[in-house]
Design a protein around this ligand. Structure first.
Ligand code: SAM
Length: 489
């Protein structure tokens, strides 16, 4: 007879599930630690996560379904994370759902089915690389549904459903894996009215209005050939065709042009960053040499980042290409100001424990680089905004920056960064969406942004269109310069 077995460590959850399964013949629900069961079931810990089939496997289910808890390493605590890592052969950052996925696969018979509902972060972030590898190598994936910011469940994380069957190594797997995602948007040109679940089941791309909210469904395939190193996103046929053009044309990427760095992190912003330095008593007004214009995400408009009123007290100097703290005896007013905030600044134990002075900025970056021309863009934004700064301003930690000394190249990159191509590329290749249509333009994604070859003609055209404020013309030009057809609408 078939058996249905449930496990939860929480007795209330066990009781609830048992009540629901009362009329299911052969169903039992146990209060048990599933991770402990799965670890025991496979015998001793395996040296490699991907060598899942242990000799003494006892759990052999035909189907395992779970919505495992989502607890990050920081919350788990280092000891628990390390024990889980050893038990389940995980390296790097250990999220609990990752350990659960290994355990679930271990509990499956060959050919058994897996239904996993978990945080969607692993689809797109670097820490998810090993989770993506695990799923690709151990399962014949059948479908992925990224439920995005639909809030279909009461959960703090954005959920994804992954399904597949366990395969032994080397067995043929299907080459195409259906992949759908759904995210809320402010508006859509031609949405259909439908409950979101019904629209998702139809498996077509497009806009959907469900009650007060509008969503975009992207239906496509997982690019299985691209493997686990890149983020996972649904790719439709048109997107795949455009990527193939980009791959063939072998254009440079933003990451080829230099290191994309995050801005400074003070960990005491109210002390270091102000708009009202001039209103302080004279003896507390830091010397002008240490106070610099600061670019934050508020200040960045496409092409321009010069408007901000924030100034940062930056007690660092260049020391052979690295950062060194300034000697405050040379700056009595800055010293007096910092002294007046000493208690708060010394509260940052990690600064002092790191062998640094109590008045330093936590992440000052390299002071010698600020004076160079640089490209800046916000980390979080609805659409990308790239500006060029030639004023020597310092960049805040809510933005990324990259020094580009060649003016022609800087203009080309800025045109690309502000174009609909950049948004399209981000959505298709990176796709780390947050609530309310915001995207994260982190280094790991932006370094992949294609940049067309810089020619005299291209630079001249870009400058002409920018000077006349022809944003649409500029946008068309970016797509054309990369040899990729701009999607309609
Ligand atoms: C995200 S919740 C799932 C909620 C469920 N989908 C629902 O709608 O009620 C995760 C569940 O896993 C249980 N859990 C946590 N650690 C566990 C473990 N080691 N073994 C078994 N269950 C565990 C928690 O008690 C919780 O009920």
């Amino acid at each position: 007879m078939k058996a249905v077995v449930g496990y939860d460590i929480d007795q209330d959850a066990v009781d609830k599930a048992a009540t629901r399964l009362e009329s299911t013949p052969g169903a039992t629900v146990h209060q048990a630690d599933f991770l402990a069961l799965a670890a025991e079931s496979s015998g001793p810990a395996e040296p490699d996560l991907f060598d899942i089939g242990g000799a003494s496997r006892q759990l052999e289910f035909e189907l395992v379904i779970s919505n495992p808890p989502y607890v990050r390493t920081q919350t788990l605590g280092a000891d628990v994370a390390q024990t889980l890592g050893t038990k389940f052969g995980l390296t790097g950052r250990v999220d609990l759902y990752h350990a659960f996925t290994v355990a679930m696969i271990r509990a499956l018979a060959d050919g058994g089915g897996l239904g996993l509902l978990c945080s969607n972060k692993f689809l797109t972030n670097k820490a998810g690389t090993s989770m993506r590898r695990l799923l690709l190598e151990q399962l014949d994936l059948s479908e992925i549904v990224d439920l995005g910011d639909t809030k279909l469940f009461e959960a703090a994380v954005l959920p994804v459903i992954v399904s597949g069957t366990r395969v032994s190594n080397g067995k043929q797997k299907r080459e195409t894996v259906g992949f759908r995602s759904v995210y809320e948007v402010k508006a859509h040109a031609s949405p259909i009215a439908s409950p979101i679940i019904a629209a998702l089941s139809d498996r077509t791309s497009g806009g959907v209005v469900d009650g007060e909210r509008t969503f975009v469904i992207r239906a496509g395939l997982l690019d299985v050939a691209a493997g686990h190193m890149q983020p996972w996103n649904p790719m439709d046929a048109a997107t795949r065709a455009r990527f193939s053009v980009l791959r063939k044309s072998k254009v440079k990427t933003l990451g080829d042009l230099g290191k994309i760095k995050v801005g400074v992190k003070t960990t005491a912003d109210p002390v270091f960053i102000r708009t009202d330095w001039g209103t302080l008593p004279n003896e507390l007004q830091p010397e002008a040499e240490l106070v610099h214009q600061l670019i934050t995400h508020h200040d960045i408009e496409p092409w321009d980042a010069s408007q901000g009123a924030r100034r940062i007290l930056y007690p660092h100097r260049d020391n052979n290409g690295r950062s060194a703290a300034v000697d405050l005896t040379g700056y009595p007013r800055a010293a007096a100001y910092l002294e007046s905030h000493r208690e708060r600044l010394e509260g940052r134990k990690y600064v002092i424990n790191g062998g640094r002075n109590w008045y330093e900025i936590w992440v000052p970056q390299k002071p010698g680089l600020w004076k160079l021309p640089k490209l800046v863009f916000p980390d979080i934004a609805e659409t990308p905004r790239f500006a060029i700064d030639r004023t020597g301003a310092i960049v805040n930690g809510d933005c990324y920056w990259l020094t580009i000394e060649d003016d022609d190249l800087a203009d080309v990159v800025t045109a690309v960064g502000n174009s609909s191509f950049c948004t399209w590329f981000y959505d298709a290749a990176c796709g780390n969406f947050l609530y309310a249509g915001r995207r994260r333009f982190m280094t790991q994604y932006m370094e992949r942004l294609p940049i067309p070859n810089v020619t005299e003609n291209l630079v001249e055209e870009i400058r002409g269109l920018h000077a006349t404020g022809d944003a649409e013309g500029l946008d068309e030009l970016v797509w054309r310069s990369l040899g990729v057809e701009k999607p309609f609408g």
